[in-house]
Write a protein that binds this ligand. Sequence first.
Ligand code: NDP
Length: 328
Amino acid sequence: TRTPVNVTVTGAAGQIGYALLFRIASGHLLGPDVPVNLRLLEIPQGLKAAEGTAMELDDCAFPLLRNIEITDDANVGFAGANVALLVGARPRTKGMERGDLLSANGGIFKPQGKAINDNAADDIKVLVVGNPANTNALIAQAAAPDVPAERFTAMTRLDHNRAISQLAAKTGAAVSDIKRLTIWGNHSATQYPDIFHAEVAGKNAAEVVNDEVWLADTFIPTVAKRGAAIIEARGASSAASAANAAIDHVHTWVNGTAEGDWTSMGIPSDGSYGVPEGIISSFPVTTKDGKYEIVQGLDINAFSRARIDASVQELTEERDAVRELGLI
Ligand code: NDP
């Protein structure tokens, strides 16, 4: 039998955590034959609710779930972690300036990065979901000098999945017929969903759509503002779809992309496509054997260039702000 994989989830008592933990325990994160140990990290006020969730996890009698540990100590929570899902974050509240938001989250992600550095397993893979996800991932990465930087990633898979769904609806195709879609940049309103290299049932998506006005005025803003539209409709932020995207992100990272397709991940830039080295930006990537590679050689037209640059500019400003705050 296989050795269990240690999976740490922060903010485990939150709504994304509630939608996420049961799918990890049922084998959707890593595969149907991989046993898991869950480590739930919460702030002290969240511990009791996390215990309740753990009781429900027990009650599911998941064959793959070996044990659950609940803690508010990051050194304990990340001990031996192979996969860490950093979901808990400080949300932006009314009237909060960007600097306040970044420093509140720095207070969470800097110590978590250090705890990962000091306690996690050598093969640790980190996904940051809590917003501002790209910059929170940068803060954690900078606090973990002994962990290879590329193990710190940020989630743009929800944006990727939303874009696939919108494109499928527009073209009447099945979601499984959409390939090679790319989210570039920041997981924020400036993100750029790119269909110029995407395919719809083997044909170029931009040519199939053939409607730049729809692209600029409907598709891009619909994908970028979907989170707000869901809050408006549901009265609460998206949770199940965010959890699903986190599952997809890690599953693809560990198990590989399909031949001829790619996915989108926020990863430390190596300078590809003019994105400054070190910032955590979304790119088209293929994955294999637990490693990812940026898809190279894509031709970036002027429409795409302007939008990628704008989102990357925002990330550069966030990086400069956290540097000024001494968080990286
Ligand atoms: P959620 O579980 O709904 O969200 C958690 C984080 O995910 C938020 O930062 C949220 O950002 C982000 N997020 C990213 N993508 C999405 C998306 N598409 N839709 C919705 N959210 C998204 O928050 P809750 O308040 O329900 O739960 C947070 C939990 O985290 C609490 O239990 C709290 O105690 C815990 N926490 C734990 C910490 C720790 O372990 N050290 C630190 C801080 C909090 P956004 O708000 O911008 O949507």
